[in-house]
Design a protein around this ligand. Structure first.
Ligand code: AKB
Length: 317
């Protein structure tokens, strides 16, 4: 039994992770943390407790951890890669000053902490094909800098203080519930919305640009499974490569056309997003996650596409 605080519960991952955790544990044990302007609504609000939980306010977080006897924190507060390039100081403040607040509380109160890393933690010198678990990490984006620092700080708190920190490097995440905001991989979500609405899609990423992608149900499974994994098997902690599919915009558009033959796409490449995408892996090697905690994804491009189109037709039409 866990008492969980999800920080960033109304975001792309948080909105679905909170609901998944509330199905696993008594609903009252999973607190939906949010910031002003991004309050929970509907089922997320009604199905369990929620609390103002700004990562930049350590006292506020400590109050929630004490009040709800929290033992596990999912820290999902972040500015995604393209937005972080526009607001680098804010990205650092949220992602690193915020993380320090959480790690200190976790040290004092004995909480386990999950803070995701990303394919964004890699850079142009990283091997792009079958990117190894342990390799060169010299990202050129502010998002990437914060993700490398997140991995290092999380490992530091584990080795120095025994805080149970664990994490995965998420690929681009594709979901039909909450839209992502300001990421480099967002195109792979937006393309489905355009296709289902019958609109032409202007793709900001060039043909031939391969990136790891993952369907949200697999990402949620990873976030839960890594926190429930047997610690004696973990040789790594922060963070594990996890992978399920890799494609470029041409392959994705062709797959969508198999299901929506009239779908059309043109290119309007965004130089900021393209530069970031070019520096990221084409495809990660996730064998350590498979060996150390039995990671295995369930969805491939075909099954994800069928599920996305079915869900979006219900939602949008
Ligand atoms: C982004 O594109 O910034 C994120 C990520 C891959 O971490 N989706």
């Amino acid at each position: 039994m866990k008492n969980v605080l999800v920080i960033g519960s109304t975001g792309q991952i948080g909105s679905e992770l909170t609901m998944k955790l509330r199905k696993m544990y008594p609903e009252g044990n999973v607190v939906a943390g949010y910031i002003k302007g991004a309050e929970p609504k509907g089922i997320l609000l009604e199905s369990g407790p929620s609390a103002l939980a700004d990562v930049c306010d350590g006292e506020q977080l400590l109050g929630i951890v004490k009040e709800y006897h929290i033992d596990t924190i999912y820290n999902l507060a972040a500015l995604l890669s393209a937005v972080a390039e526009k607001k680098p100081q804010l990205a650092w403040h949220i992602q690193i000053d915020g993380l320090m607040n959480i790690l200190e509380i976790a040290r004092q109160e004995g909480c386990a902490v999950f803070t995701p890393s990303s394919i964004g933690s890699f850079g142009p010198e990283t091997p792009h094909e079958n990117t190894p678990q342990d390799t060169i990490q010299r990202p050129r984006s502010m998002y990437g800098c914060t993700k490398v620092a997140t991995e290092l700080l999380s490992d530091y708190y584990f080795h120095k203080y025994g805080v149970d920190t664990r994490s995965v490097r998420f690929p681009g995440l594709i979901s039909n519930v909450t839209l992502p905001g300001g990421g480099t991989t967002d195109y792979a979500v937006e393309i489905y919305y355009a296709a289902v609405k019958g609109e032409e899609f202007a793709c900001p990423i060039a043909a031939g640009t391969f990136m790891d992608m993952m369907y949200m149900p697999d990402a949620l499974k990873a976030a839960v499974d890594i926190m429930n994994a047997d610690p004696s098997r973990l040789k790594h902690r922060n963070s594990f490569n996890i992978a399920s599919m890799s494609f470029d915009p041409e392959i994705l558009a062709a797959k969508i056309k198999e299901h929506i033959p009239g779908f059309r796409m043109r290119y309007e490449v965004d130089p900021v997003r393209q530069a970031i995408a070019d520096s990221w892996p084409d495809k990660m090697d996730d064998s350590c996650a498979r060996e150390e905690w039995d990671w295995a994804p369930s969805f491939d491009l075909e099954s994800m596409t069928v599920d996305m189109i079915t869900a979006l037709r219900k939602k949008l039409l």
